[in-house]
Write a new protein. Structure first.
Length: 238
């Protein structure tokens, strides 16, 4: 059977068409990113309590619901798709990895929640969806404000802490995520000190314990140890 070879002009034409299609796809994706990175309207932004300052005033952070993120994706990038890449449990906690794909580009996010309830598992998936969407630019300004607020809060704790370089308290990858050993230590130290570990974590970092990075978890353990030391000193004095 004789194979017909394409002539050089035909090959050049195909190459030019491929290059044109590639350039068009890149341009479309760039335009999509530009739209996704636009500031989210104030009517879509929600607020939650993060911590109380030394004067007792409530400090809040802004966020968007997962369904708001999905609506934005539907509107700007109707061909978007998402998939659950990984689900694993560590003790009583579930860790979900979600991937979002737009125009062939995939970015992932991680969410955590309680493995004891369906609500906790859904929370983990929804948080993972939002964090993957942030990597495409959705509500990125809100996350930046939240991290800035957390850094300012941490920076005001002690002189030694102010000398530490900035870091993100909320884990972005599984490798950064708080360990089960750290979770156990936090719970044990908090019980001994008579402190609500979840409330202290929210006050310091504006997130749940299971969302912490390992470094932030170490900072929380140091804080709880200091509170426990104060309690022991009070007992001794009495």
């Amino acid at each position: 059977m004789t194979q017909v070879k394409e002539s050089e002009p035909q090959q050049e034409l195909l190459s030019e068409e491929f290059a044109a299609d590639t350039a068009a796809n890149i341009l479309d994706f760039t335009s999509t990113l530009k739209e996704l990175r636009k500031t989210v309207g104030p009517e879509l932004v929600r607020h939650r309590e993060a911590w109380r300052d030394r004067s007792g005033n409530v400090r809040t952070v802004e966020y968007v619901e997962w369904h708001t993120v999905a609506d934005i994706l539907d509107s700007v990038a109707p061909n978007w798709a998402h998939s659950v890449k990984d689900i694993r449990t560590i003790g009583d906690y579930v860790i979900v990895t979600v991937a979002i794909t737009i125009d062939g580009v995939t970015r992932e996010g991680i969410g955590t929640g309680s493995a004891r309830s369906e609500t906790g598992i859904k929370k983990a998936e929804h948080d993972a969806l939002k964090r993957a969407a942030v990597k495409f630019g959705i509500a990125r300004d809100l996350y930046k404000k939240e991290f800035d607020a957390i850094e300012n809060r941490i920076g005001g704790q002690t002189r030694n802490e102010q000398q530490d370089p900035p870091f993100e308290a909320v884990a972005r990858t599984f490798s950064e995520l708080i360990t089960t050993r750290q979770i156990s230590m936090i719970r044990a130290i908090a019980r001994e000190a008579g402190v609500d570990a979840d409330a202290e974590c929210s006050r310091m970092f504006g997130c749940s314990i299971t969302d912490l990075t390992r470094r932030a978890a170490s900072r929380l353990i140091d804080r709880l140890n200091s509170l426990n030391g104060q309690k022991v000193s009070t007992r001794t004095a009495s």
